[in-house]
Design a protein around this ligand. Structure first.
Ligand SMILES: *[C@@H]1O[C@H](CO)[C@@H](O)[C@H](O)[C@H]1NC(C)=O
Ligand SMILES: *[C@@H]1O[C@H](CO)[C@@H](O)[C@H](O)[C@H]1NC(C)=O
Length: 399
C-alpha cells in the first residue's frame, strides 16, 4: 500500500470536495454502495449481539443532558467505559462479540458506557440549543472531566448502591479522569482503578508526521478559527459532507482516508481491514467543540488548562498563562497501557506520565509492535492483545 503524506492528503481532500458530486453520481449510476446498511445505535447493536441494554439520561450541574448505556451485570462490579474524542459509546461495541463492552459483560461485569457532551447521544442541554447557540460548544476536556464524569459516576453509584467503581478510559477518555482527579479531588475516592488505554496528557514525544500538525499550533488553530464556528463535524456541516463523500466512498475511501488515519495513529492494516473500516461510516466522526480540539493542540506545551492568550487568561485565571493540572492531587490507582506504534500516545510520554502520577500501579507496553492508537478499541484481535490484560487488572485492582 502506498503511503501518502499529510500535504498530499489535504490536496486530495480539496480536490475531493470538488469531485463530491461527481462521485455521488457515479455511485448512484453503478449502485456502488458496498457498505452494510447498518445504521444502528449502541442499544440496537448490544441487543443484536444477544445482551440486554438499558438507556439513561443524566443531567450535569451545568445543564448538559447526557446518555448513559448499561449492559446489566453483577451490581457489585460496575465498570464505566469512556470513549475518546470524535467517538461515542458506540466505539466499544463496533467489533461485535469481540468488543470490550461485550467481553466485560460476558465476564459478568455491570457495564456502563457513557457518551460525553457534544457526541451524537449527548448533543442536548436543558436550555441551550446546540444548533443555535455557541455557548453549548464552549467546553473542552476540562468541562468533561469537571462536570460529565462526576455526573456519570454519581448516577452509577446511586443506581448500584456502591461506594466506588472501576473505569476504563480510552485516549481522551482517560484525560478527563486526570482532570477530574486534579480539580475535583474528592472524586478520587470513588474510583477503584482507572485503566487508561493510550493515555493523553502531554504531547512531548508525538511522532512524525503528527508533529507537523502541531508544529505551528497557532497556524492550525487559525485555520480552525477561520472555519468560523464552534462545532466541528456537526450533523449538517461541510466538513462532514466532505468526509462522507471522500472517506466512505467505495471508490476512494479506504485508499485515501484510511491511509491518512494511519499516518496519524500508526500503520496497522492487519488489524483494521476494509470491511471494518467501512462499518465506521455510521459511527464517526462525532461532533466536537473547537475549544476541545484547540486544547488538545496546546498539549504540546504541557498538561495545562486551556490557554486563551495572555489578556483573556488574566481575566479568567488572574494570571497571564494557564496553570498546569496538579497531578499530585490525582490519587486514584492508575493502570497505563501504551503501544510502540502509537504516534499520538507514545511510550515516552507514557513513561513520563507514570512518574508524574503518584499512584500508577501498572505500566504496560502492548506486546504487538504494530499496535496503534486505534487498535486499543478496534483491533481485529483485541481479544488476544489487550482484553486478557484488562480483565486481569480489573480482578487485581478491585478495591
Ligand atoms: C507560526 O504561526 C505564527 C502565526 O501564524 C507565525 O507568526 C509564526 O512565524 C509561525 N512560526 C513558524 C515556525 O512557522
Ligand atoms: C490576582 O493575583 C495577584 C497576584 O498574584 C494577587 O495579589 C491578587 O490577590 C489576585 N486577585 C484575585 C481576585 O484573586
Amino acid at each position: 500500500m502506498v503511503k501518502i503524506g499529510l500535504r498530499t492528503f489535504f490536496m486530495i481532500l480539496s480536490i475531493g470536495l470538488h469531485l463530491t458530486s461527481a462521485v455521488s453520481i457515479l455511485e448512484y449510476l453503478f449502485n456502488l454502495d458496498v457498505n452494510e446498511n447498518e445504521d444502528s445505535n449502541f442499544k440496537d447493536l448490544v441487543i443484536k449481539y444477544g445482551k440486554e441494554c438499558e438507556e439513561y439520561q443524566v443531567v450535569t450541574e451545568d445543564g448538559y443532558i447526557l446518555t448513559l448505556f448499561r449492559i446489566p451485570g453483577d451490581v457489585n462490579r460496575p465498570v464505566l467505559l469512556v470513549h475518546g474524542c470524535f467517538g461515542s459509546g458506540d466505539s466499544f461495541i463496533l467489533r461485535g462479540k469481540k468488543s470490550l463492552a461485550y467481553a466485560l459483560a460476558e465476564a459478568g461485569y455491570d457495564v456502563w458506557v457513557c457518551n460525553y457532551r457534544g457526541t451524537k447521544y449527548s448533543r442536548k442541554h436543558v436550555t441551550v440549543d446546540p444548533d443555535r447557540d455557541d455557548k453549548f460548544w464552549d467546553y473542552s476536556f476540562e468541562e468533561i472531566g469537571y462536570y460529565d464524569m462526576p455526573a456519570f459516576i454519581d448516577f452509577i453509584l446511586e443506581k448500584t448502591g456502591q461506594a466506588k467503581l472501576q473505569t476504563i478510559g480510552y485516549s481522551q477518555g482517560g484525560t478527563v479522569f486526570y482532570v477530574m482527579g486534579s480539580i475535583k479531588p474528592e472524586y478520587n475516592e470513588k474510583i477503584k482503578v482507572l485503566i487508561s488505554l493510550a493515555p493523553i496528557a502531554h504531547f512531548y514525544h508525538i511522532k512524525n508526521p503528527v508533529t507537523r500538525l502541531f508544529e505551528n499550533e497557532s497556524r492550525l488553530s487559525n485555520i480552525i478559527n477561520a472555519m468560523g464556528k464552534e462545532e466541528i463535524f456537526g450533523p449538517r456541516s461541510g466538513e462532514r459532507a466532505m468526509i462522507d463523500a471522500i472517506c466512505w466512498s467505495p471508490l476512494t475511501g479506504y485508499k485515501i482516508c484510511s491511509q491518512f488515519l494511519f499516518e496519524l495513529v500508526g500503520y496497522d492494516e492487519d488489524e483494521c481491514e476494509p470491511k471494518f473500516y467501512y462499518k465506521l461510516k455510521h459511527y464517526i466522526p462525532n461532533s466536537i467543540s473547537k475549544k476541545n480540539v484547540q486544547h488538545l493542540l496546546q498539549l504540546r506545551r504541557g498538561f495545562n488548562r486551556f490557554d486563551y492568550g495572555p489578556e483573556r487568561n488574566l481575566e479568567v485565571y488572574n494570571a497571564t498563562s494557564p496553570s498546569k493540572y496538579d497531578l499530585d492531587k490525582v490519587k486514584m490507582k492508575i493502570v497505563l497501557y501504551v503501544s510502540k506504534n502509537d504516534r499520538l500516545s507514545t511510550v515516552e510520554d507514557g513513561e513520563e506520565l507514570r512518574n508524574e502520577f503518584s499512584n500508577v500501579v501498572e505500566f504496560r507496553i502492548i506486546e504487538r509492535d504494530e499496535f496503534n492508537h486505534l487498535d486499543f478499541i478496534w483491533a481485529k484481535n483485541m481479544d488476544k492483545y489487550i482484553f486478557p490484560h484488562i480483565l486481569r487488572a480489573l480482578e487485581q485492582y478491585n478495591f
